[in-house]
Design a protein around this ligand. Structure first.
Ligand SMILES: Cc1ncc(COP(=O)(O)O)c(C=O)c1O
Length: 463
């Protein structure tokens, strides 16, 4: 039974509270605050039901890469809806946009990846990748290679397998997760976790040793894959420290462990290259992507696999009679058409060169936030960055997590008209649409800087 709230019973807020169970939301709090109802969008801006316009400093959920008003993507969807609003790709059927999109993705994929499987979300892509790992190793006569290693603070989604790999308490608590196929090794968060005096390279080597010890303890013949975001997004925009992937990858190779690069945030230009794998030197066997694949206009994700994995999967499928996996909406023609147009627009508008051009200015504006006392660390690459908070200047001492400092700063930014996101290591992420101009970067960070003295005052009060 829904109790009355302070909102008028017929208001959209009250109706939302009454019947909509929100993802990643505290329902009790929502009853007090009410939802913020976003009504329209254009470029880097969104406008809510009260008519207030905000800079969307997170591209929604790290996804609306071409902004919120790209008519070309709307046209691509409408044209495809008129021609063929749905068809599936089971039992050997397919649709033209899926053929074109698969080809376009493989053309831009990191070397060695040559087949694509389509899903609807990042979570589904990662679940699919895990099933492919299991299928592949079984085909190779190693069905025991079932465990998958992810990193603490890694975010890989919320379906049961993906959530088991998402090594963040908020995604596992209360669900009895992780399932026991999932193992978690340390995250490469140098600022937070390096020992005093330890260099980045030493830190990377130590994490490599820890990983190898875990592999030896479990038995390499039980470990099928290692999954990593090239840079960890939702866990805190954590950059791999120097040498990290150079240390990790030979260990995986040595033990016949596949590398899954989760490019759900990093893919399609976010770090200044098409793939985070390019930026940080990963050579994945499997790559998952979603979000900016369609600039988030329609749900679609993809799993790209190497020739070797594809061959293993096909052999196993031939043996069993079919590849027994697929979603009703795998390779749905409408999101596929929108994704294809997104890829074309990235090329026509030279989005990646644009990201590279504005990235130094973005990095400089992020770095400038480091002069505020409550900021312990700043980081940025391409058009993604973060500021991480500390309770005492020039230290790594954190506020009590219960005070949710980053969330309070996020609210201050909201009051200045910038939507940002509080992240688990008491950080705030920045991830604006890739079309942002230098002037808009200034506008966004001017507003953030305007509220930072309040954040400093709050930090002093709470410390
Ligand atoms: C790196 C990464 N992987 C997977 C996912 C899950 O994607 P989805 O929410 O589309 O299931 C996310 C979502 O933020 C993500 O950031």
């Amino acid at each position: 039974m829904n109790k009355p709230t302070r909102f008028d019973a017929n208001s959209p807020e009250a109706r939302d509270i009454a019947h909509h169970l929100h993802p990643y939301t505290n329902p009790g709090l929502l009853k007090e605050t009410g939802p913020q109802i976003i009504n329209s969008g254009d470029g880097i801006y969104v406008t809510d039901n009260d008519g207030k316009t905000f800079i969307e400093g997170m591209s929604g959920l790290w996804c609306a890469s071409l902004g919120f008003g790209e008519k070309e993507l709307v046209d691509a969807a409408v044209n495809q809806l008129r021609k063929l609003p749905f068809y599936h790709s089971f039992t050997g059927k397919t649709v033209n946009p899926a053929i074109d999109l698969a080809e376009a993705l493989i053309r831009i994929a990191p070397e060695g990846l040559d087949k694509v499987f389509f899903c609807n979300s990042g979570s589904e892509a990662n679940d699919t990748a895990i099933k492919m790992v299991w299928y592949y190793h079984a085909a190779m006569g190693k069905p025991e290679k079932k465990k998958v290693i992810s990193r603490k603070r890694g975010y890989h989604g919320v379906t049961i397998a993906a959530a088991s790999l998402t090594a963040l308490a908020y995604a596992q608590d209360g669900f009895g997760l992780p399932l026991d196929f999932a193992l978690h090794t340390s995250s490469p968060h140098y600022f937070q976790d390096a020992r005093d005096g330890e260099s980045e390279l030493e830190f990377s080597r130590r994490l490599g040793e820890e990983l190898e010890a875990m592999i030896m303890a479990e038995g390499a013949d039980h470990i099928g894959a290692f999954i990593a975001e090239p840079l960890m997004g939702a866990g805190g925009v954590i950059m791999p420290p120097q040498g990290y992937f150079d240390v990790i990858q030979p260990i995986l190779k040595k033990h016949d462990i596949l590398l899954i690069a989760d490019e759900v945030i990093c893919g399609f230009g976010r770090t200044g290259n098409m793939w985070g794998s390019e930026t940080f030197g990963l050579a994945p066997d499997i790559l998952t992507c979603a979000k900016a694949l369609s600039s988030a206009y329609l749900p679609i994700s993809a799993v790209m696999v190497s020739g070797q994995v594809a061959q293993g999967v096909e052999e196993q499928a031939n043996r069993l009679g079919q590849f027994g996996h697929g979603y009703t909406y795998s390779a749905h023609p409408v999101p596929a058409a929108v994704a294809l147009r997104t890829m074309e627009l990235m090329e026509e508008r030279q989005i990646i060169p644009h990201v590279r051009e504005v990235a130094p200015h973005f990095a400089e504006r992020v770095a400038r936030l480091g002069r505020f006392n409550c900021v312990g660390h700043t980081r940025a690459i391409g058009l993604i960055g973060a500021m991480e908070f500390v309770a005492q200047p020039q230290s790594r001492i954190k506020h009590d997590p219960a005070v949710k400092f980053a969330a309070q700063v996020m609210k201050l930014a909201h009051e200045e008209g910038v939507i940002l996101r509080a992240l688990p290591c008491d950080a705030i992420g920045f991830c604006p649409p890739l079309i942002i101009t230098p002037q808009q970067i200034d506008d966004m960070f001017d507003r953030i800087e305007a509220m930072m003295p309040k954040a400093d005052a709050l930090s002093r009060e709470l410390a």
